[in-house]
Design a protein around this ligand. Structure first.
Ligand code: CFM
Ligand code: HCA
Length: 532
């Protein structure tokens, strides 16, 4: 396999070859720990699948907060692209205030604003938002031109806060600020931790948790919430699917933080631990086995008999409902293979659901994950800082004098940590079989090459790859937007996922497609080195 991969890479110019080969590995437990290059600059000119820092801040973390007016300061395309395209669902609330998600707020910067500056336009936009919507908070998200022309969004936020007596938070998440969406997650986490978390003082119930890194895509968060509430947990806040700023203000009061997407919220999880003493637990509600494991781990953390019994009763009840249907789909999918390429956590999280259908993952990779998402958090001290990640503020906090408290005694913590790994994420590589391939920041050339090499039955990724894969005569399953389906989380979501995959694999469409390039080249000509 290594030889075949080398052949793919050898087509690159020498410098590109040297770079790209560090981003690919074949899993081999005997060579563990295996290192991969990640969170590094994409080579200019390569057709990457990545997005920008603004997308990670506004589109991913801040955007789903429904009770705030998130204004995109920039050209209209940036605001438009991040206007619910992610399918982060939200309800019109139960007494929380508002839901502004169906609006797209933007300063719609024009050439004249780029030349003369856009601060006045931004001030005007905030004024209009206050007048029309009277929100409790406003968030300003910067796009590329804002940083390039030097609009001071922090000064505007300070001015507006006084002028309108409303909280205004500025996020300097210019698209180019980092190498991918990932920098935007960090900037958003920092802003919410500094200005929102810890500002509330609502009383919280017994067994209170936050769900971090769950964005309610296709309703996943609602299914997770249903399970957790049935067992008896009090969910203080969700960061940030169907989430609200008002609830997030009390996040510091949780007894435990549940981390679904490690990449996008590990910063907040760690800051909450350092400042308030709250442990975090990596959970995963995608797939039946990991849903069972997550529910059991949470109950074990609190150690209350009632919670443990209710957890087991819920698991038994849900399994009885889904098993007959799952069996039907498993028969249709058994023996097929999958390749997964998704942002920063789902190429990991969806391997379980495929496995439960009898499908092996032959390739998996991330757009923008860091080495810890691949190799486990133990590598964090060894990750080299570079000019790009130094560019993003790294907040360091100590214990809060009044509000720091530990839920577990030291002995209890030590004992539990042996059973379930608290404040730790083991990464993706450890769950993968020997011989499977890991590719970081894949590009279009590599997608096509690996498709030809591995011939997976399904390629799970996003909209940018979908039609290239379909044109190759293979099923593409969107694991970002869920192809307008979902929820996929929890027991019932697993059945919907299984149904969708079985349906996609068995459709007769694939027999009818004969891509033109399977019978001959579609483009012919000579390669001319110099044009006179
Ligand atoms: Fe986390 Fe996400 Fe993902 Fe992500 Fe994303 Fe997403 Fe994703 Mo698209 S927060 S890293 S930045 S799980 S939007 S809900 S699907 S790339 S794998
Ligand atoms: C983003 C959002 C995205 C894009 C999905 C896709 C999402 O990265 O800005 O490429 O299909 O989930 O909506 O990841």
């Amino acid at each position: 396999m290594k030889e075949k991969i080398k052949k793919i890479m050898e087509k690159y110019p020498a410098k590109v070859f040297k770079n790209r080969k560090e981003h690919v590995l074949v899993v081999n437990k005997c060579e563990a720990p295996q290192m991969i290059m990640a969170d590094a600059r994409t080579i200019p000119g390569i057709i990457t699948e990545r997005g920008c820092t603004y997308a990670g801040c506004k589109g991913v973390v801040v955007g789903p907060l429904k009770d705030t007016v998130a204004i995109t300061h920039g050209p209209i395309g940036c605001g438009y692209y991040s206007w619910l395209t992610r399918r982060n669902r939200a309800r019109n609330n139960e007494g929380e205030g508002y839901n502004f998600l169906t609006y797209c707020f933007s300063t719609d910067m024009q050439e004249k604003d780029i030349i003369f500056g856009g601060e006045n336009k931004l001030k005007q936009a905030i004024g209009e938002a206050v007048e029309i919507f009277k929100p409790r908070s406003i968030m300003i998200c910067a796009t590329c031109p804002v940083g390039l022309i030097g609009d001071d969004i922090n000064a505007v936020a300070n001015w507006a806060e006084k002028e309108f007596d409303t909280q205004v938070i500025a996020f300097s998440c210019e698209g180019y600020k980092g190498v991918s969406q990932s920098a935007g997650h960090h900037i958003a986490n920092n802003g919410l931790f500094k200005h929102v978390i810890g500002t509330g003082d609502e009383p919280v119930g017994e067994y209170s948790v936050n769900i971090l890194g769950e964005y309610n895509i296709g309703g996943d968060g609602w299914e997770i919430e249903r399970l957790l509430k049935t067992v008896g947990y009090h969910i203080i806040s969700i960061m940030s699917g169907d989430g609200s700023v008002e609830r997030l203000r009390n996040a510091h009061k949780a007894h435990l933080n549940l981390v679904q997407c490690h990449r996008s919220t590990n910063y907040t999880a760690e800051l909450l631990r350092a400042q308030y003493g709250t442990d975090w637990l990596k959970i995963n509600f995608l797939g039946i086995e990991s849903t069972v494991q997550s529910l059991r781990d949470i109950a074990k953390y609190f150690g209350d008999r009632k919670l443990i019994d209710r957890t087991e009763a819920l698991i038994a009840e849900e399994l009885a409902i889904i098993q007959p249907e799952m069996e039907k789909y498993r028969k249709l999918c058994q023996g097929k293979t999958a390749a997964l390429f998704v942002g920063g956590s789902r190429a990991n999280h969806f391997q379980g659901p495929f496995k439960e259908l009898g499908m092996e993952t032959v390739l998996a990779g991330f757009e923008f994950a860091h080495r810890d998402d691949y190799e486990g958090r133990e590598v964090i001290p060894f990750i080299k800082e570079n000019a790009d990640n130094k560019n993003i503020e790294n907040i360091v906090v100590g214990p809060d004098r009044e509000r720091y408290r530990l839920v577990l005694s030291r002995e209890k913590y030590e004992q539990l940590n042996k059973e379930m790994s608290l404040n730790y994420f083991k990464g993706m590589i450890k769950i993968m079989d020997d011989g499977s391939i890991v590719v970081d920041d894949i590009n279009h050339y590599e997608i096509e090459s690996f498709m030809k090499l591995l011939k997976p039955d399904v390629f799970g990724s996003g909209i940018k790859e979908k039609y290239v894969i379909h044109k190759m005569g293979t099923l593409s399953k969107q694991l970002h937007s869920y192809d307008y389906s979902g929820p996929f989380a929890g027991f019932r979501g697993a059945v919907i996922f299984a149904r969708d995959v079985a349906m996609g694999l068995t459709t007769p469409a694939w027999r009818l497609i004969k891509p033109k390039w399977k019978t001959g080249p579609t483009l012919e000509g000579d390669f001319i080195r110099e044009v006179v």
